[in-house]
Design a binder for this molecule. Structure first.
Ligand code: NAG
Ligand code: NAG
Ligand code: NAG
Length: 579
């Protein structure tokens, strides 16, 4: 509390300077304010200085937004190295009337942690990027039951820290190791342990968030509504999540990984059709995901290559018995399998099997490629006939557009947790999630547009096979095609609902809440990003923090959401098949 006092005093004095002294730009105002509040002017990078580009590119995972003439870059980057810097940045952004985008890993699928889309009027409100990647401490409690992790740590760093601490502890999260935890956890966090333990967000016990007033709040101080929201609905619309307290989970010291690869000639379609029916019901120790991509048979004929990319939480011998019982059609043999530690298995899923686990400490990733993702949920098996049509679509497209489909099974713990437990609503009844993914290296605008167009065609093609009314999407695979706020145009609740329902099922939930008194309090008072009419102003980030962007579902602010295998090696294998 004491810490806040100087900041508050500062507001009034700076505000006076503002109204009294003409000609001071918002950025200058911010710098003055921040330098006094944080006593750390060296944390700021300004455009047209030597350090700006290197700081900006230090975690910028999608070249598409570096190249786009429509992408607006930050007016300033603040690299916070203490949670108090985040408080100062938020408070000073209010004073200076600047928007904030928070970046922990830079993986936001629509580049929102680094850039803004140019507004239709061209007059974009300036914003700062608040880089919290230096806030990455991980501290375990003595009993190793929980840990506090700062939001700027990456998935790889936390896997490494846990794996080095104990070979029987783990945490459920995604596959791509360079993803920042801030966005990943607050958007959900699907991964290989999800069937057994739920999402990352299901295993968060407490959090620290800096709200729009610059206050640092823990769970008790923020209240259960906001704590509910930042587990599934992203945190960027509500404040800046700076740390999470997580519950570690117990796993056996040895797990067994395997890949089984099949092409169409090897009955890949029949196997995927079978997988669709049973994968969500497997023993929760068994996780089998499906990666589908166009390829060639040995004689050059076009085909689809299916990789059953999997692990079992236990030893080989046990796995073989379980696989024989639950999925005999796969024909799994010992030769397909490798026993490893859980930490090593996380490298395996990223396509880095056998590499040193220290690989996870390397946060750097090439920014010379672009990607686009979309997602769906499947509630009714597509079946062999539908799958064949999808394969044909992919094979025809493949000459121009290598696309990857990643199918990740739900069931298990995901069916036990209620839709309302946290803000991630895709639970019981979902057989699996699909991620559509494309990566490319071209830099010309026309090429980029062509790739995006292919993705839209694929998404339209898939409509009959996936969940509908509303067609559901996973927030961490954020997709701006579903809708966005229009800056300066006062996005309405009804326009934001179109995409808000896809991510959060808000309307369904609100209806349910009316019927169930227990749920109604939580739902109706929640500052949900797509729930402008029902949100409670006191909890909603206000003024400079978001400048209204969060009000109706902010797709223009982002805190680095996450992925499964965008860092993996699979897309490039395909590129090789289609030179
Ligand atoms: C962070 O800032 C607080 C408040 O200014 C200070 O007490 C603390 O020592 C700082 N922590 C580190 C790691 O520098
Ligand atoms: C293909 O796999 C399915 C599912 O396992 C099976 O029912 C079918 O008989 C198989 N077809 C052939 C030709 O092997
Ligand atoms: C992109 O960067 C990576 C790593 O620096 C490099 O290995 C790769 O060849 C580059 N690809 C292209 C197409 O430039």
């Amino acid at each position: 509390m004491l810490r806040l006092l100087p900041l508050l005093l500062l507001f009034s004095s700076t505000l006076r300077t503002c109204s009294g002294g003409g000609g001071v730009t918002p950025v200058q105002l911010f710098i003055q304010c921040f330098s006094k509040a944080a006593h750390a002017p060296n944390l700021l990078a300004l455009p047209n200085t030597a350090s700006f580009n290197s700081v900006l590119f230090s975690s910028f995972q999608n070249q598409r937004f570096l190249l786009s003439p429509d992408a607006v870059k930050p007016s300033l980057i603040v690299s916070a190295s203490n949670e108090s810097h985040v408080q100062a940045a938020v408070s000073c952004a209010r004073v200076a009337d600047l928007g904030i985008r928070t970046r922990s890993g830079g993986h936001d699928y629509e580049g929102m942690s680094n850039t803004a889309a140019r507004s239709v009027t061209g007059g974009n409100a300036p914003f700062i990027t608040l880089d919290i990647s230096a806030l990455r401490s991980i501290s375990f409690d003595a009993a190793l039951a929980t840990a506090w992790v700062q939001a700027g740590a990456t998935v790889g760093e936390i896997y490494y820290a846990i794996g080095k601490k104990s070979d029987t502890l783990a945490f459920p999260a995604g596959i791509c190791p360079t993803t920042g935890l801030g966005g990943h956890f607050s958007g959900g966090g699907i991964g290989p342990l999800t069937r057994k333990f739920g999402l990352s967000a299901d295993n968060i016990l407490d959090a620290r968030i800096v709200d729009a007033q610059g206050r640092l709040l823990d769970r008790k101080a923020m209240g259960e509504d906001l704590f509910w929201a930042i587990r599934g609905a992203g945190s960027a619309g509500f404040g800046v999540a700076v740390a999470f307290k997580i519950r570690l989970v117990s796993i056996p010291p040895v797990v067994t990984t395997f890949n089984v690869v099949k092409t169409l000639r090897q009955n890949a379609t029949g196997l995927v059709a079978r997988w669709e029916e049973i994968a969500h019901e497997f023993d929760t120790n068994l996780f089998v995901r499906v990666i589908a991509q166009a390829s060639k048979e040995s004689d050059g004929t076009g085909t689809i290559q299916i990789t059953f990319n999997s692990f079992y939480l236990g030893r080989l011998e046990e796995l073989l018995a379980v696989a024989l019982r639950s999925f005999p059609e796969l024909g799994l043999t010992a030769a397909d399998c490798t026993e490893r530690s859980w930490l090593e298995s996380t490298l395996f899923f990223n396509g880095d099997a056998g590499k040193p686990t220290e690989t996870f400490l390397d946060r750097k990733q090439a920014t010379n490629s672009s990607f686009k993702g979309k997602s769906d949920f499947v509630k009714v098996p597509i079946g062999g006939g539908g799958l064949e049509k999808i394969w044909w679509f992919m094979m025809e497209a493949a000459i121009e557009e290598p696309m990857v489909l990643i199918l990740e099974p739900f069931g298990g713990k995901m069916s036990e947790i209620g839709e309302d437990a946290i803000a991630f609503p895709h639970r019981k009844g979902n057989l699996y999630n699909i991620q559509y993914f494309m990566r490319w290296f071209e830099t010309e605008e026309a090429a980029i547009q062509k790739h995006l167009e292919w993705m839209r065609k694929l998404y339209a093609f898939m409509a009959p096979y996936v969940s509908g009314e509303p067609r559901a999407a996973y927030y961490n695979y954020k997709d701006i095609d579903l809708g966005r706020n229009v800056e300066g145009k006062g996005t309405t609740y009804s326009s934001a609902k179109v995409w808000g329902e896809k991510y959060f099922k808000a309307a369904t939930a609100a209806t349910q809440a009316r019927d169930r008194p227990h749920g109604s309090r939580r739902r109706s008072s929640l500052p949900h990003p797509c729930d402008r009419e029902r949100s409670r102003p006191a909890l909603r980030p206000t003024t400079a923090m978001t400048r209204g962007r969060a009000l109706a579902g902010d797709l223009t602010a982002g805190q680095a959401p996450a992925t499964t295998s965008v860092c993996g090696r699979l897309p490039s294998r395909l590129a090789a098949a289609y030179p």
